[in-house]
Write a protein that binds this ligand. Structure first.
Ligand SMILES: *[C@@H]1O[C@H](CO)[C@@H](O)[C@H](O)[C@H]1NC(C)=O
Ligand SMILES: *[C@@H]1O[C@H](CO)[C@@H](O)[C@H](O)[C@H]1NC(C)=O
Ligand SMILES: *[C@@H]1O[C@H](CO)[C@@H](O)[C@H](O)[C@H]1NC(C)=O
Length: 251
């Protein structure tokens, strides 16, 4: 329940002003460091994949603070977001928590423990027959996870937004991918660099400039870089590949 309200507050901060009634309060102390990548309104995302190297555990013993890292998808209206959230549990612990946010907020499956140095590959893909989304995750343990007895695992679900929408908002296509660090209630970015690998975004367009321009800063002031994006247009779909993107540290 706690996560429910804080995530609802969180994402709506980035959403439209029409949803102001559930915007976060000052006491949420919400902060983001994030970038987005997308083409334009009407250029729909078909597939979004990225691999997150699970960062170090936070040394912070403040259990009230939220620290989260997530890749996600948003429609042009920014009314909702589909996000595979990596969130802090007890101090030093990371949990994988796929969410639909925020009207209402819904954790889609129970939290899954992951460890620093694991690779987490998140895939969101649109099935164009049913027009429903498939969300998948694959976790490969690193040395820390292996030492803790973790074995590789994967999972997934079909996501039908109509099942999670409590105000019957218009169901829109996703047009932006997002990469975010989200902090609330005094949580700090004290877990070191966050590394994304093998970013792959497929969009319904013939335009390649959005890919070549690279991810765009959305929130926060931080050191980050990414390798040269490669745009491959095939049959009215542009596949954009970025080998690595690094969120180094806050400024
Ligand atoms: C949304 O649609 C469902 C099914 O048509 C209906 O039962 C429900 O009352 C609607 N909710 C709102 C908030 O309009
Ligand atoms: C893809 O683009 C075409 C042409 O702009 C559009 O008609 C269509 O709805 C888009 N989305 C999907 C999911 O095909
Ligand atoms: C990003 O910056 C880090 C730290 O300076 C560096 O090690 C890395 O090679 C850079 N990567 C790219 C893709 O520019």
């Amino acid at each position: 329940m706690y996560l429910l309200s804080i995530f609802a507050a969180a994402i709506l901060f980035m959403a439209s002003k029409a949803l102001a009634e559930i915007e976060p309060t000052a006491s949420d102390n919400l902060r983001f460091f994030g970038v987005w990548l997308g083409a334009s309104m009407g250029a729909d995302i078909f597939r979004f994949q990225s691999t997150l190297i699970i960062p170090a555990g936070s040394p912070d013993s403040n259990t009230l603070g939220l620290q989260a890292v997530w890749p996600g998808l948003q429609p042009h209206s920014q009314q909702y977001v589909l996000q595979n959230v990596l969130a802090n549990g007890v101090p030093g612990e990371w949990l994988l928590e796929p969410y639909s946010c925020c009207n209402p907020i819904a954790m889609l499956v129970p939290p899954m423990r992951v460890y620093p140095g694991d690779t987490l590959t998140n895939t969101f893909s649109l099935d164009r027959f049913s027009m429903q989304w498939q969300i998948n995750w694959v976790v490969i343990p690193g040395p820390v996870g292996q030492a803790a007895g973790e074995v590789s695992f994967n999972g997934g679900l079909n996501f039908d937004l109509t099942q999670y929408d409590n105000d019957n908002a218009t169901i829109e296509a996703y047009t932006s991918s997002m990469f975010a660090i989200e902090l609330q209630h005094g949580g700090q970015w004290d877990f070191g660099p966050v590394s994304w690998r093998d970013i792959l975004l497929e969009i319904n367009t013939t335009d390649t400039t959005w890919c070549k321009s690279g991810p765009q800063l959305q929130a926060g002031s931080f050191h980050w870089n990414y390798s040269t994006p490669v745009a491959s247009p095939v049959d009215n779909v542009v596949r954009c590949y970025i080998a690595e993107m690094n969120f180094e540290s806050p400024i």
